[in-house]
Design a protein around this ligand. Structure first.
Ligand code: ZN
Length: 365
């Protein structure tokens, strides 16, 4: 079968690879699920893997099949699979267990291991192929009513985990009734964070760079949230106007925003950090002021990465609620379909030069 792959460690090697089609029996415990891939989203991670910034081939291969935002349909299941059947729509999780205590209790998103096993990212092939097989434990069912937007589930799980963690942490307050939230960044993750916080009933202000109106600011306003360009009002001034913020979700990919966000956070608030910043940028910050306000205001800051099965299941419920509450909104994020695995060059061209694109994805079948 065909697949889109890279040669890890060598920049710009994205190519069409040929490999044997997987079988249900590749999973030895009778719990195999063979999935025909329908759509796969791509994002900055795929771009960075192709730039050889990270990613390793699975043992025995000199290439890595990329793609971690999969959506497909079950083709066949092993004899011990009762929860899925051929024809079901599914999305598979990304990370596979290592050996830390967190992996052993089913929370491999919290691993303390140094090696990650991640489909399409590190040491495991991804989903940009005609088929894949996996253990049913990692395959999540999607209701048919969400089949047109199911490819958004994996990016949504990043948001689900961050927000669920924030609520979990805030149980420290005995009573927490958050009213106002801010989202830093208006890309795919920022848009999905705005959605999930609106579904939780919060007043949301989303900060982006570009002055509106444009598609992303229109989408934010369609949720009843406020869009604010940081070129017109700084985050700290914005907090005076729209805050105080009980929760801030940071998803800009630009680390200085973290320190502005710390200052924009209200008393007893929680700041969720989700940007992966691989550089070594240095900035000057008002350290005493930030520290003092964190101490006197009982504030919390938490980092979040990856998502395990429970956040995929939460994501399914939120996508369903979103379709009921804001019909058609999720579909508007799917701006850039690219037909066929063989058009991998176009897929990467759109990813590298987004030109207003929100979600770039491959229509595999
Ligand atoms: Zn992703």
């Amino acid at each position: 079968m065909k697949a889109i792959a890279v040669r890890p460690g060598v920049p710009n090697t994205v190519h069409l690879a040929e490999l044997p089609a997987p079988k249900v029996s590749d999973i030895p415990n009778g719990r195999g699920v063979l999935v025909r891939v329908l759509r796969v989203g791509v994002d900055g991670t795929d771009k960075e893997i192709n730039a050889a910034e990270y990613g390793q081939a699975p043992p025995g291969y000199d290439f890595l099949v990329i793609g971690h935002e999969g959506f497909g349909q079950v083709e066949a299941v092993g004899p011990n699979v009762t929860e899925l059947k051929p024809g079901d729509y599914v999305v598979a999780t990304v990370r596979r267990p290592g050996s830390s205590i967190y992996d052993l209790i089913g929370t491999n998103d919290m691993t303390t291991d140094d090696t990650y096993f991640e489909r399409g990212i590190n040491l495991r092939h991804g989903y940009l192929s005609e088929y894949y097989v996996d253990d049913a434990e990692f395959v999540v069912k999607i209701p048919p009513g969400l089949k047109d937007v199911g490819v958004l589930l994996e990016p949504a799980t990043v948001v689900e985990k961050g927000i669920a963690q924030a609520y979990e942490i805030q149980r420290r307050l005995r009573v927490w009734k958050p009213k106002r939230a801010a989202v830093m960044g208006a890309g795919t993750i920022g848009l999905l964070a705005t959605l999930v916080l609106r579904l939780r009933g919060l007043a949301v202000t989303t900060f982006g760079k570009t002055p509106g109106p444009y598609l992303n600011s229109d989408l934010i306003e369609a949720l009843g949230a406020t869009y604010q360009s940081t070129e017109q009002l700084s985050i700290i001034e914005g907090a005076k106007k729209y805050g105080p913020f009980d929760i801030i979700f940071e998803a800009t990919g630009f680390s200085p925003v973290v320190f502005d966000s710390m200052q924009a956070l209200g008393k007893n608030g929680v700041l969720v950090l989700s940007s992966v910043t691989g550089g070594d940028r240095r900035i000057e910050i008002p350290a005493d002021k930030i520290n003092l306000e964190f101490v006197l205001g009982n504030k919390v800051m938490v980092g979040t990465v990856n998502a395990n099965r429970e956040y995929f299941e939460m994501g399914v419920k939120d996508l369903a609620q979103a379709e009921a509450q804001y019909p058609g909104w999720l579909g508007r994020l799917l701006t850039d379909p690219v037909k066929g695995l063989e058009n991998y060059e176009e897929l990467f061209a759109r990813l590298t030069n987004p030109n207003g694109a929100i979600k770039v994805f491959c229509e595999v079948a």
